[in-house]
Design a protein. Structure first.
Length: 317
């Protein structure tokens, strides 16, 4: 049995980057990671391999389930997997507080202290999944039967401190500690202009985001380049894709010394994070009448952070 002092459970590359900042900030020792990843791609692999390069104990688990019913089978598979890698730890750090697989890990590992950290936009969306307890009686019964004794509600009750990228903002618990994702930067308006559209798997959020709609959007904003999301499946012809293993936040800090960058997005968390790194960062949130009506609570979050909104005037209804 392996003995650790600090274990991080991460589900996205951004969570890995934030975890590293917490390790640096707190000067943590004897650190390990459990990485739950939902598809194999170069971006995930880059950050997982970076942990191994830095000699962190790193346990990988590829989630194969796609549907909610299959998730129950996935829970049993994860429990069997954890039986083969038994260990205990003093503290656990996590971000995906509503994830049933994270709840499964908490129920299988002995630990003493629990800490949470940001997952992105979900932490500021007070009408969203992290603030509305959606666990029904059937789900509670199933968790009881299969010996999962953790939930989103319990995590928020037990967490000793929440590490956040968003200064002076309400979060999932009242006790928060602000951390910077990287050192401060500032863009230079005299550098060559570069317009970057931030890709997301938007069709999984709303079927309104058709391929034709996104293509028209790219034409409307005259995007120079496209920064793809690892879970995107739609591809566009005659588009200059940015091929980078790094998440946007780290890519930006490298490129900002070369270009005067403007970022365009509909819902990307990255722009909120970049505003903490570079308050002068030129970011634009896109919308039309349909999106504003349906997702006004999301757009209000960006407004509150003094981020520009642009009506692209495309009606896809």
């Amino acid at each position: 049995m392996s003995k650790l002092e600090n274990l991080f459970i991460c589900v996205t590359p951004l969570q890995i980057v934030i975890a590293k900042r917490i390790i640096e900030e707190k000067q943590l020792q004897h650190v390990g990671f459990i990485i739950l990843f939902y598809n194999e791609n170069t971006k995930y692999r880059f950050y997982i391999d970076s942990l191994k390069t830095e000699n962190y104990l790193t346990i990988e688990y590829l989630v194969s389930s796609q549907k909610k019913f299959d998730r129950l089978i996935e829970v049993f598979k994860l429990k069997l997997f954890l039986n083969q890698t038994k260990f205990s730890t003093q503290n656990i750090y996590l971000a995906s507080i509503d994830n049933s697989l994270v709840h499964t890990i908490l129920s299988k590992i002995r630990f003493q202290g629990l800490f949470t950290f940001d997952d992105g936009l979900a932490n500021l969306n007070y009408q969203g999944q992290y603030y509305i307890n959606q666990e029904n009686n059937l789900q509670k019964l199933l968790k009881f039967i299969i010996h999962i004794n953790w939930s989103m509600k319990k995590i928020k009750q037990v967490s000793q401190c929440h590490y956040t990228l968003y200064f002076n903002q309400k979060n999932i618990i009242s006790k928060t500690k602000f951390i910077l994702l990287s050192s401060k930067h500032q863009h230079d308006p005299s550098l060559p202009k570069l317009r970057i559209y931030i890709g997301q798997p938007l069709e999984t959020i709303d079927t309104y985001f058709s391929k034709d709609f996104i293509k028209k959007t790219l034409e409307t904003i005259s995007a120079d380049t496209y920064f793809p999301h690892p879970r995107e499946t739609i591809k566009f012809e005659n588009i200059n894709y940015i091929e980078s293993d790094k998440i946007l936040e780290e890519y930006y800090t490298e490129e900002i010394v070369k270009y005067n960058i403007t970022l365009y997005t509909f819902f990307s968390t990255s722009i909120l994070n970049l505003k903490q790194i570079d308050v002068t960062c030129d970011v634009v949130v896109l919308y039309d009448s349909y999106l504003m009506k349906k997702y006004s609570h999301i757009f209000n979050i960006f407004k509150q952070q003094n981020i520009k909104l642009l009506d692209i005037g495309i009606n896809n209804e």
